[in-house]
Design a protein around this ligand. Sequence first.
Ligand code: FMN
Length: 296
Amino acid sequence: MKTLNPSEIPTAELQTYMQAAIAPRPICFASTIDKAGNVNLSPFSFFNMVSTSPPVCVFSPSRRVRDNTTKHTLENLLEVPEVVINIVNYDMVQQTSLASTEYAKGENEFVKAGLTELKSELVRPPRVAESPVQFECTVREIISLGETPGAGNIVLAEIKLVHINEEILGGDGKIDQEKIDLVARLGGDWYCRVTKENLFKVAKPLTTKGIGVDRLPAHIRNSNILTGNNLGQLGNVESLPSDEEIDEMSHTNPVKDILDATIGDSHNRNQQLHLLAKQLLDNGDVNLAWKVLLAG
Ligand SMILES: Cc1cc2nc3c(=O)[nH]c(=O)nc-3n(C[C@H](O)[C@H](O)[C@H](O)COP(=O)(O)O)c2cc1C
């Protein structure tokens, strides 16, 4: 393990480790105005939701590590505490990056990046028409984390109105995780795109409470075939299959074949049953996998 003490390495170096590891980060494309009404648009990946009632997001325009200057977005928010948080999808990621150019104060990044202003309903900064979801927000509080280079300024933005492009909705009226085509920021120049191929589901933990990995039989817990993910799946069941179900499984192929071929060789039997159970678990069939594992 490489171990780093933040107080012993340069901030710029620490930042590279943090940004590559605390990733992927969603992108808040923040539209703000100054008191004269000049529009600013900048991306921030130090961003997340932190509360649903009240609905609050946070993002952080930090002091530049290079020269300790502050961002126009922060200066604007101190003058006009309103912001539109526009969500960034794949189709607009290059323009979003371009908008992070350090243009002079007062220069409108909607214009520089070639994006379209859409009038907001409750706040003064405009929305980004190209963005699939736009949150009109008021600023509850800005928490400064210091005056040194790299110091963050946590903006607590309360959502007052949500606009969703209907093209990203599924048949159930909810946002379709494939259609929204999100992108996120990682370290350096890396981004990632949420595509159909890399989406997967993890069943929520049971409200009735799963048995946990500690209560798995030792031969399962210590298996050299089943992975940590597999053990997590097996631990998320409330109870084990009944003796009748296990007995029925032991008389059903391919389990029956494995049992017949491994009489007197419990190690080989476990290996083969674990391989079969692993296939079932990787396909999401936890109940069947349990029956296979206990049939031995
Ligand atoms: C995708 C992306 C994410 C960014 N995230 C942050 C961030 O979270 N905090 C920050 O201070 N700067 C971040 N930046 C850099 C700012 O966008 C950049 O400094 C910008 O010029 C600030 O504009 P402003 O001075 O007009 O507010 C990010 C840049 C990009 C492209």
